[in-house]
Design a protein around this ligand. Structure first.
Ligand code: 2RA
Length: 353
């Protein structure tokens, strides 16, 4: 029998991208696709691969007969319902933060550690945070050859990482400020937003995002670090299987709608030349290398929206740091950063149920 796939959170932003991905695949291995969402969205009709499906409400019974259940819902919903799906016999592939650091839950990026899919004592597999994911294909490929030791990164994160309200806020700010002379005096952007009825107190961001960059993503954790920065550290260690990897991350929100970028400073056990790195990136099917400094060719977020691969460029051997490479990566945070990686894990699972 062909496996049954459930999608929990089918009507959300990432769930919608998952359906787009499924619709675009040349073929799918599923005997049935079941769309699950909150009772509020139950009854909605969505077309998946030419068949009109009715969204069913989340309940324990909704998982009966399901082999793989992909979850894209808030942490607390996953924390409650992924174990229910597992108890009913499904493997839950969860895109929330609820299980990522659980030692009994593998944290998987298929091109880096697909081998870990089979050891899943809780019947749950976690999908990494989109910021970590955007650099994993590149780092995994380099680590296999040169042994990663230290990682220093700064992120340039798109508004859509904060969900629909964050996207709406960025558009609202841009519209309110369009054509105005702002950013020439301290505080005038915030004042203009306030005057336009967009007070900062109502924003998902702690500072204006239009005409600005905001060095903050997630919530405050110990000693001034944000949750997002700690995720980059902890998840990179777990995915790459380097528990003592030295990591320092600064996460920054930029006025971009979709696609997270990172400036990566990675130190290896052995010397890596730009030529060697280029060869490795060019040989990895899930990476697109765009790196021609003389022609000023490099990836930017707007080139990568809607794309599956991670784009890599600006590869340089650090002048003052032996064994260190600097490079820039861009990954669509809604695709590889969320829906695509989750779906790829589900595809990998088909032969390992
Ligand atoms: C963000 N990484 O970009 C988060 C979303 N999961 O805000």
């Amino acid at each position: 029998r062909r496996p049954v796939l459930a999608l929990v959170g089918a009507t959300g932003a990432v769930g919608t991208v998952m359906i787009d991905i499924m619709n675009a695949r040349p073929s799918v291995p599923w005997g049935e696709v079941r769309l699950i969402a909150s009772p509020r969205s139950a009854g909605r009709k969505i077309t998946v691969r030419g068949a009109e499906l009715t969204v069913v409400a989340l309940s324990a019974e909704a998982f009966d007969g399901v082999d793989i259940a992909m979850f894209d819902v808030p942490d607390e919903v996953s924390a409650e319902w992924a174990p229910v799906a597992a108890a009913r016999g499904a493997v839950a592939v969860d895109n929330s933060g609820a299980f990522r650091m659980d030692p009994e839950v593998p944290l998987v990026v298929p091109e880096v550690n697909a081998d870990q899919i089979s050891a899943r004592p809780k019947g749950i597999i976690a999908n990494p945070n989109c910021t970590t994911l955007s650099m994993m294909a590149a780092l995994g490929a380099l680590h296999r050859e040169f042994e990663l030791r230290e990682l220093v990164v700064a992120s340039y994160q798109a508004a859509s990482g904060g969900g629909q309200a964050a996207i709406d806020r960025l558009y609202g700010e841009l519209e309110a400020l369009a054509g105005k002379e702002v950013g020439v005096r301290a505080g005038d952007v915030a004042e203009a937003l306030e005057a336009a009825g967009l007070p900062l107190s109502e924003s998902p961001f702690p500072a204006p995002l239009a005409f600005n960059v905001v060095p903050w993503a997630g919530s405050l954790k110990d000693e001034g670090w944000t949750s997002e920065e700690l995720k980059v550290r902890n998840e990179s260690r777990k995915i790459l299987g380097i528990p003592d990897l030295k990591v320092s991350a600064t996460c920054v929100r930029v006025p971009v709608v979709t696609t997270h970028s990172l400036a990566v400073h990675a130190t290896f056990a052995r010397e890596v030349t730009v030529e060697q790195a280029h060869k490795i990136f060019a040989g990895q099917p899930t990476i697109v290398l765009v790196d021609d400094p003389t022609a000023k060719k490099f990836p930017t977020p707007v080139d990568v929206v809607g794309e599956d691969p991670t784009y890599v460029g600006r590869v340089r051997q650090a002048l003052d740091f032996p064994n260190t490479l600097d490079f820039f990566v861009c990954g669509d945070n809604l695709r590889k950063g969320a829906a695509l990686n989750t779906y790829e894990i589900a595809e990998e699972l088909v032969d390992r149920l």
